[in-house]
Every structure is written in structure tokens, then in C-alpha cells.
Design a protein around this ligand. Sequence first.
Ligand SMILES: Cc1cc2nc3c(=O)[nH]c(=O)nc-3n(C[C@H](O)[C@H](O)[C@H](O)COP(=O)(O)OP(=O)(O)OC[C@H]3O[C@@H](n4cnc5c(N)ncnc54)[C@H](O)[C@@H]3O)c2cc1C
Length: 360
Amino acid sequence: MKSLKENFQKAHVVIVGSGIIGKFNALELSELGFQVTIIDPNELQNSSYAALGLLMGNIYQKRRGRSWDLRKQSIELWPQWIKLLQKFNSELNIEKPLIQLTTNEEKFKKFEKFIYENNDPNLRSLERDSIFIKNINKAFQTQNIKGIISFKDGRINPFALLQTLNKYLRHKKINFSEGEIIKIRKSNNHWISTTRNNENIKSDMVILCNSLKAIDLIDSISLNITLKPVLGQAMEIDVNDAEVDLLSLPKQFNINGKNIIPKSKNKLIIGSTDEYSTKPEENTFEKITNFLDKKPNWLMKGKISKKWYGIRSRPVGEPSPVMKNLEDGLFICTGFYKNGILLAPACSKWVANEIKNYLY
Ligand SMILES: Cc1cc2nc3c(=O)[nH]c(=O)nc-3n(C[C@H](O)[C@H](O)[C@H](O)COP(=O)(O)OP(=O)(O)OC[C@H]3O[C@@H](n4cnc5c(N)ncnc54)[C@H](O)[C@@H]3O)c2cc1C
């Protein structure tokens, strides 16, 4: 009889969690020929659907360490994924560029130093004479916004992305189950994942992509893995004011840490908050819109037309994300606090390589 190592393409992998991380892992492994089952009781209400979809890769200013390596790899992998995914949705794309702005002179000096030291044609500093800055200063009724532009970064619509990934998963005939996994255990050479309805799913490997809940399925104390919830809120704001045309602004930008996506002449999305809780704070309009010393009148008078939140998981005592081979055939890929959408391609590639190393 062939061993698992010789026959890895017949191996069955269970992926717990169908957020962006679970879906990317499923596709990556399915491309390698594995049989994949993805399990999630509530895939439409996760933090991936709450995301704004900004891909802040090349604009990231710490150019060393694991965090940069993952970003760099994701920047390279995204165009390949887009090409594949466009077979299922020809309109799916990364809207570029991405603009990061500040009103803080010290911060701007750091931006300039970063541009100078990296000498990257895809990154440029934006001074007061730039047309982008002129329009932004005019709309926000200020004079002191400056920043940088990255022509390689941008935004992907998370809803369109997740729906397209689902089409691809169906095309690859990846099994999908709506169960909630409440226990996993090793039995001989296999893993048994038990659902709340007492269904047992047998597999050769399990990958935990279920964010915060991953630690409920492992002995987190002896494995020394702690995750804490970080809630993020975003809102769509209607601006009924002839004073401003939001379409004069760039398609996506960040001012003093808040992400802004104009949707139409009088509608924009702003996000997100970092709340160390599982219940959304109230009165977030103030918190989300207070990113300048003086708020423009149109924003002050804005009305929330939609509001949503997602709960992310942040590792305690170690950097995000947590990607580990926990024991024979059990992998964890979680703790995506920020940038889970950006990092999904690099992280699923990392897991696939770990699995190949485990099998050979
Ligand atoms: C408001 C907001 C804005 C954001 N903006 C951005 C952005 O602009 N760019 C970016 O890159 N990132 C952004 N993020 C972060 C990004 O959304 C997350 O990093 C990413 O979605 C994490 O994906 P995930 O698959 O790990 O988790 P999730 O999407 O939360 O998926 C986890 C899944 O596991 C399932 N699950 C849990 N327990 C079980 C179980 N026992 N059995 C089976 N399934 C289970 C859940 O139902 C869920 O579907 C944002 C987040 C928020 C909240």
C-alpha cells in the first residue's frame, strides 16, 4: 500500500473556517491536487465580509522581518490570483493607486525618508502642489494634508472577492459543510473533526483558519497561543451637501489612520476602529470621523446610511499572524488582526509549503 507521503495528492484536508484565509488555503491546496473540505456554520458573517479591502503592501514602511516578507510575497502573488479569479468574474480587479496622508509634519518627514531610502518608482511623495493633495485639502477644508502615493497598492472589493472565491471553490469541487467544529482529535493516522451535530469528518490533515475560535479546538495553554478579539467598525456616510463632490477625491486613501473610500458624489465609506471587545462601542460616528483637527461641515452634517463591524483575532505575545505546524497533520493559520485580505495569498502559500515539508 502506498504511504501518505507517496500518495499526497489523495490526501484529504479539512479546513475549519471559510473566511478569506480558509478560502485561500482551500484553493491553494486544491490546486496541488489535495481533496479539500471546508467547514463553516456562518461564513457570511465573518470579519472578511466586514473588511474594506485595502491592500497596503508596498507602502508598508518597515522593510525587513516576517511581516515585510509576507507582504512582499503577497504583492507578487496578487496579480496571479487576479488573473485566475477573473475567469470567474471578469470585473474583479485591484483598484490602484493607494494614498496615505498625514497632517503631522514629523510623520511626513518619515514618509519622505522612506521614499528617499527606497528609491522605488512606484512610490512618490505628495506635496501641496500635487493635484491629489489640492483636491483633498479643498474637500476637507484644510491646508496641511500631505503624504505618499503607491502605484502598486490599492483596493479590492471584499464582497466581490469572497463571492468570486466561492465560484472558484465550487468549480474545483471543494466540499463545503455548514457545520461548526467543536472538537478535533487524532485517531491512529487520521484526524477526526466533530461537528455540533455529532457528525465526524475524517481527514489526513486539519488546518485551523477559524480566527479567534481556533484556540477552542487546541490545547492553547500548553501550545502557548493566546488570541484576543479586536473589533473593527466601518460606516457608509451620506453627505447631502453641494459644498463637496466626493468624486473629486482619489478612489481610496488613508488620512491619519482612517481609511476612506468615496462611493459616489455624496456617499463615502470610512473605517475602521480598533476596539478591544466583542461588542461594538456606541457613538462611533465621532470616533471614526475625528481624524482632522477640524472636521469639514459636510462631514459634521453627514448621516450614517450603513454601519457594520467585524471581529478579528490578535495574537498576544507574538506577531500577527499565527502560522504553525502544531503537530503531525495539524496546522494553524490565524491571528489576522489587520491586513488579512492583503496577506491571504502569502499565508496560504506558507501553509502549502509546510504541508509539502510534512509529507516529504
Ligand atoms: C472593519 C474592518 C475593516 C478591515 N479592513 C481591511 C482592509 O482594508 N484590508 C485588509 O487586508 N484587511 C482588513 N481587515 C482585516 C480582515 O478583515 C481580517 O484580517 C480577515 O478578514 C481575517 O480573515 P479570517 O479568515 O482569518 O477570519 P474571518 O473572516 O473572521 O473567518 C473566520 C471564519 O471561521 C468560522 N468559524 C469560527 N469558528 C468555527 C468553528 N468552530 N467551526 C467552523 N468554522 C468556524 C467563522 O464563522 C468565520 O467565517 C478589516 C477588518 C475589519 C473588521
